[in-house]
Design a protein around this ligand. Structure first.
Ligand code: SF4
Length: 215
């Protein structure tokens, strides 16, 4: 808690420690460290102190961020986001399965989010559907290129299996359609300009620019 109440430096921007930009807006920000410790780390049966802390947290505009920060950083002691350690325990226990779409959206908007396994899977699927390339996913998730490539392949297989199961018709092979018929008037090695373009999925920079941190 001292970190929250005395921390005045801006968020570092480093990945892996989460977004701390909300901390200066906390009601407890700037409290004397001793008072903050006494208020937000009461003994489990000190109901009066717990009530005081909850009263402060009830007025706090960053309660949700505070609560999420405690979950992300596995902070199981003290009062965070207006909830005691016992009240937060179910969330801590179920953390790997948490799937919060607001956090997924925040990720695609470029925020530094500690993702759970479930959230990472959804993000990989969305990245595949959005046409992200492995290097972009690798940069966004801070993983290797090969790992990102494998994840996108798995997502592609998943979409293929789903479409086959649901009977979704496959898109026509536009590559074949775009290839002009062979004629005897051209030598086999000739590659006129008219034969060059092959229809490709739209992957322009403008299609991806606003989508994420790796833009
Ligand atoms: S929710 Fe409570 S503990 Fe968290 S920042 Fe606000 S006042 Fe402090």
């Amino acid at each position: 808690m001292r970190h929250i109440t005395t921390h005045t430096s801006p968020a570092t921007g480093l990945r892996g420690i989460g977004d701390t930009s909300w901390q200066p807006r906390g009601v407890c920000h700037g409290m004397d460290p001793e008072d903050a410790d006494a208020t937000f780390f009461p003994l489990p049966r000190d109901h009066e102190a717990i009530a005081d802390a909850k009263e402060l947290c009830a007025l706090c505009p960053v309660r949700r961020d505070c609560f999420t920060y405690a979950l992300d950083n596995d902070l199981k002691e003290g009062i965070w986001g207006g909830l005691t350690a016992a009240e937060r325990r179910p969330w801590h226990d179920g953390l790997p399965q948490r799937l919060d779409y607001s956090r997924v959206v925040a990720f695609f908007n470029g925020r530094d989010v500690h993702l759970t396994e479930a959230e990472r899977k959804v993000i990989v699927d969305h990245a595949y559907v959005r046409g992200w390339r492995p290097d972009r996913l690798a940069a966004a998730l801070q993983i290797s290129y090969k790992h990102a490539r494998d994840l996108l392949r798995q997502a592609a297989n998943k979409v293929f299996d789903r479409d086959r199961t649901l009977g979704v018709p496959r898109r026509k092979n536009t590559k074949k359609q775009g290839t002009p018929a062979k004629t005897n008037s051209q030598p086999p090695t000739a590659r006129p300009a008219a034969q060059q373009p092959v229809s490709r999925p739209v992957t322009s920079a403008s299609a991806h620019a606003p989508l994420g941190k790796a833009a």
